[in-house]
Ligand binder design. Structure first.
Ligand code: IDP
Ligand code: MG
Length: 153
């Protein structure tokens, strides 16, 4: 089982999209293993977006991500990292494939409602930036046999 980090960005919260987006992941069969609401600090933004700090758009990205509370969540499932990236869609929502979350709910490159880790390695680092071990829960989804066959886990 893999884990990935998703962030509901300030636009998702302001626009009342959290429930609808979360229900996509829940109905897909992913298990919530941790969640919290927080205000991102500039320090956390620089750590989370370390690969982007030198980009011209970084000041706006940091301003936006620290402007309002966000909701951080760790979800778990088979191949969750790549499957969630595919469901979220391209960074530029105007080019995101039809049906993806960004295509459905955003029309922007930067106000694109959600973050999702882009690789298993990145996910591990990003999860550690937001959650301690005690904030992540190991429990069995009772309906798991209805989401996966035994040989898929
Ligand atoms: P991702 O969120 O699809 O993984 P990244 O390249 O990791 O995309 O960029 C992180 C975030 O930075 C994006 O989700 C978006 O909010 C912002 N961003 C990325 N590229 C641009 C850009 O060209 N202009 C403005 N904002 C951008
Ligand atoms: Mg990224």
């Amino acid at each position: 089982m893999e884990r990935t980090l998703i962030l509901f960005k300030p636009d998702a919260i302001q626009r009342g999209l959290v429930g609808e987006i979360l229900s996509v992941f829940e109905k897909k069969g992913f298990k919530i293993v941790g969640t919290k609401m927080l205000k991102m600090t500039p320090e956390l933004a620089k750590r989370h977006y370390a690969h982007l700090v030198d980009k011209p758009f970084y000041p706006d990205l940091e301003r936006f991500m620290t402007s309002q509370p966000i909701i951080a969540m760790v979800i778990e499932g088979v191949d969750v990292v790549s499957v969630v990236r595919d469901i979220v869609g391209a960074t530029n929502a105007r080019q995101a494939a039809p049906g993806t979350i960004r295509a459905r709910f955003s029309n922007s490159v930067s106000r694109n409602v959600i973050h999702a880790s882009d690789s298993v390695e990145t996910a591990k680092k990003e999860i550690a930036n937001f959650f301690s071990e005690e904030e992540l829960f190991d429990y069995e989804l009772v309906l798991k046999p209805f989401f996966y066959a035994g040989d898929e886990e």
